[in-house]
Design a binder for this molecule. Structure first.
Ligand code: HEM
Length: 228
């Protein structure tokens, strides 16, 4: 169904695009660090010594990387899908790419549960956050898909924005972890490099995802009539 074009709010759009770019870059760096640390061990069949954080990724590479790899495809493609200009100019491509990204997002979300619940670095606080926000992510995606099958473009946009808002929270987790590590290094010498403090890691999960769900709702209130 053709989309209705309404007035965008460039004042909000530009800083949001910059923030999204920054968060995607942070996630790419985290994934690159993971690959650099995990894959030499996975390929050699060895365990990372003195890095318990990495050990879980090396011990369960399928669960971890079937979460990370499709998640990266989704995070890189979703900003294009959310751009009104792109959608209105390339509607057929939007639909085709949308099917691929939706599949990637569903797989990544499911494997976030399979890896993040039993092997959570921060234990129960992280596992519960993973269930709450991981399920929220999956529900948003399913409702977005259902809406577009019913030709409801407005609701489709709203659920896709909610899904993306929570997913990009993974970048903000890293920011919080960095802040907490910086404070800890300055005050008490801190934890080993590459091994965040588990308590802080759990707090970072809750802080970041809660912030992102709230910002997503704020964005939807600020742009209620927009289809882009
Ligand atoms: C869809 C885009 C996503 C991408 C690209 C992504 C990427 C990643 C990366 C790179 C890691 C490794 C973290 C590190 O070493 O610092 C990770 C771990 C993890 N992610 Fe995601 N993620 C995404 C979405 C989600 C969502 C929606 C959840 C659910 C709440 C989630 C839950 C987790 C959990 C629980 C871990 C394990 C953390 C640990 O080491 O204990 N992710 N993800």
């Amino acid at each position: 169904m053709a989309e209705k074009i309404s007035t965008a709010r460039p004042r909000l759009v530009r800083p949001t695009a910059v923030a999204i770019g920054l968060l995607v870059a942070i996630v790419l760096v985290s994934a690159a660090v993971r690959i650099a640390v995990d894959w030499p061990n996975i390929l050699a069949g060895t365990e990372p010594t003195e890095n318990d954080f990495a050990r879980r990724y090396v011990a369960h590479p399928w669960l971890a990387y079937v979460h990370i790899a499709p998640g990266l495809v989704y995070l890189l493609g979703a900003p294009l899908q959310l751009s009104r200009r792109f959608r209105t100019r390339h509607y057929n491509f939007h639909r085709r790419l949308g099917r691929v990204l939706l599949t990637c997002a569903l797989i990544s979300g499911l494997f976030a549960l399979f890896f993040g619940v039993p092997y959570a670095w921060a234990g129960a606080p992280e596992a519960v956050a993973t269930v709450v926000f991981g399920c929220w992510f999956l529900v948003c995606l399913v409702l977005a898909f259902r809406a577009i099958r019913g030709d409801d473009v407005r609701q489709h946009r709203r659920w896709m924005i909610r899904a993306f808002a929570v997913a990009i929270g993974i970048g903000t987790i890293r920011i919080w972890v960095g802040i907490f590590e910086g404070v800890e290094q300055a005050t008490s010498g801190g934890t080993s490099p590459g091994e965040p403090d588990p308590t802080m890691f759990g707090i970072a999960f809750w802080l970041a995802f809660t912030m992102h769900v709230a910002v997503g709702e704020w964005w939807l209130r600020r742009t209620p009539a927009l289809t882009g």
